[in-house]
Structure formats: C-alpha cells, structure tokens
Design a protein around this ligand. Structure first.
Ligand code: NAD
Length: 293
C-alpha cells in the first residue's frame, strides 16, 4: 500500500481521496478550507497543516485544484520538499501551457509528474469510475497505474507532458458544442410540434446520436436520468464548462487551430453564465436559447 499526499479536497478531490483510503492506502490530505479538511478527516484521511507537509515523504501526491495558477503555485510549494522519485498526479483541469511548465518544474526537482485530468464528474469520483486522460512518461504512468486505477473506470495514456490536458479540452470543447446542438434540436422540435420523446427515439439511434442526447438529454423526462430531471442542478456547472471552453480557446490561439464552433460555444456559455446560469448544469442552456444573440 502506498503513502499518498492529496491536495485539494473539494467536490472531486474528497471522494477521490476517500476511495484511496478505502483501498487501503495511507492518505495525508490538505485543503486551504478547514471544513473540507474536517470532512476528509472523518473519512480516514490524515490532515496535514500545509501542502508541503502533505507532500513530504510520499510515494505519490495527487492534486485536484481549481486552475493552472493554483496548481503551479502548489507544485512550487511541494517540489522542494518532496522526496526524489515521488510521482505527482495532477488531476486538476488546467491549461496546456501550465501543465507543460509543471512537468519542467517537477523534472528539475527529480520528481515524476503526470497531467491526469478526469471526466465523469462528482458521481464518477464517488463511484471510482472516472476516465483519466494522462500525459507524461510511460514509466511514471506504469508506476502510478495501481493508484489511479482505484479512482478510475478507464485510463488512457495520451502521450507526453500536456497530452492529458490537451485531450481533456478537446473533449470538453466538443461536449460544449454538442450540448448546444442537442438543445437547439429539442427546442426546434417543440416549435415544429414534434414530440420530444419521438425526437429522442429517432436521434438516439440515428446519425445525430451523441452523449449529450443519449446519456445526458437536456429535456426533463426523456432518456436516462440527467440533471434536466433535477431542475438542472449540476452535474457539471455551466461555469466549469465556460472555464474549459476558455482553455480550449487559449489552446486554439496558441496552436493556430481553427475552432469557429468552439469560439461560438464559448460566447454562448459566457452569456449564459453572465445572465445568472453559472451554477446551473451546463445542459440548462436549453432554457437560455431564446436569449442568445
Ligand atoms: P472545488 O472548488 O470543489 O475543489 C477545489 C479545492 O481546492 C477546494 O476545496 C479549494 O479549497 C482547494 N484549494 C484551492 N486552492 C488551494 C491551495 N492553494 N491549497 C490547497 N487547497 C486549495 O472544485 P472541484 O469541482 O473539486 O474541481 C477540481 C478540479 O477538477 C477543477 O480543475 C475542475 O475543473 C476539475 N473537474 C471538475 C469536475 C466536476 O464535475 N466538478 C469534473 C471534471 C473535472
């Protein structure tokens, strides 16, 4: 069993850390919010008083933090104290440039590093069924596999440093675009007098099928249970979708990729968030289409 540091015990990090404890690992956690530490302590996580303490003398350190700036600042705090050979697994969703920088900082300190963002949300974190998209050296991935496996339903080694974050933002850009498309189709069906159940029955088995329709239908009472059946409570909040779309547009600009639909989806989610939709599930954009300029 491994000695694991876990930094960032929020909505995602806490259930992931709990799964590591349940699997028999010794987990030492830290979060700057004391209530998050209290919840983790109650579930068997030993609480450290700083991120550096949580990372000292560990085999692995998992970080699950809000953004690239915070991820790099925590890494700069822990890199000088972590034992050589410790592997840092950063599961935060961050920009590709920061992920590449993090690989450099870790390498200079003699640490392994994997950018390892996840998909699957809070439900997947609790169930231990997250999809991990991993960038970094193959031998670091091999060493970290048994630990990641506890939190994962699927692990994909996408390539060198930054490849995990690249996969994550490509996926989420496509998800943002496809959710808007699904919402437009269901909203238009209603105007055409076509029943939404009929549209679901056709699309979910036709060429328009996609996860946004088949698994996460934005219309209440249609398809498998989704946030639409829970008054659009997240789920995956529109503010987080906007964050990921913003990262996709940064990556598009820096790589020279043409993403006209990604750019438009970013504008539409931005106006939804500014109109008060930040804490609504991202599928709730169906209620906002009439106001899109
Ligand atoms: P969250 O805000 O609930 O958790 C982040 C935690 O980090 C908070 O508890 C915060 O106090 C802590 N933190 C911030 N700065 C810190 C610091 N300097 N030191 C220690 N702790 C610090 O967010 P979340 O929903 O758990 O998401 C975490 C990451 O996972 C984000 O990058 C998000 O984009 C990504 N993600 C979220 C979901 C989701 O459905 N919530 C799904 C996939 C990926």
């Amino acid at each position: 069993m491994a000695e694991i540091g876990f930094i960032g015990l929020g909505n995602m990090g806490l259930p992931m850390a709990i799964n590591l404890v349940k699997a028999g690992h010794k987990v030492t956690g830290f979060d700057r919010v004391s209530s998050a530490c209290d919840q983790a302590r109650a579930e068997g996580v030993t609480i450290a008083s700083t991120a550096a303490e949580a990372a000292t003398d560990r085999d692995f350190v998992v970080t699950m933090l809000p953004n690239g700036a915070i991820s790099l600042s925590v890494l700069n705090e822990i890199a000088p104290v972590a034992r050589k050979g410790t592997i840092i697994i950063d599961s935060s969703t961050i920009d590709v440039a920061s992920a590449k920088k993090a690989h450099e900082i870790a390498a200079a300190a003699g640490l392994g590093f994997l950018d390892a963002p996840v998909s699957g949300g809070v439900g997947g974190a609790a169930a231990g069924t997250l999809t991990f998209m991993i960038g970094g050296k193959a031998d670091d991935f091999e060493k970290a596999k048994p630990v990641i496996d506890v939190m994962a339903g699927r692990m994909v080694h996408c390539g060198d440093g930054g490849a995990g974050q690249s996969a994550k933002i490509c996926n989420n850009m496509l998800l943002g675009i496809s959710m808007i498309g699904a919402c437009e189709a269901f909203a238009m069906a209603e105007k055409l007098g076509l029943s939404q159940q009929s549209l679901f029955d056709v699309v979910s088995t036709s060429s328009g099928s996609c996860w946004s329709v088949n698994a996460y239908c934005p219309v209440p009472g249609i398809g498998p249970k989704s946030p639409a059946d829970n008054e659009y409570r997240p789920g995956f909040a529109a503010a987080l979708m906007l964050k990921d779309l913003g990262l996709s547009q940064e990556a598009a600009a820096s790589s020279g990729a043409a993403t006209p639909m990604g750019a438009r989806a970013t504008e539409i989610y931005k106006s939804f968030v500014e109109a008060g939709g930040a804490d609504t599930d991202f599928s709730g954009i169906i209620k906002f289409l009439d106001q899109v300029k």
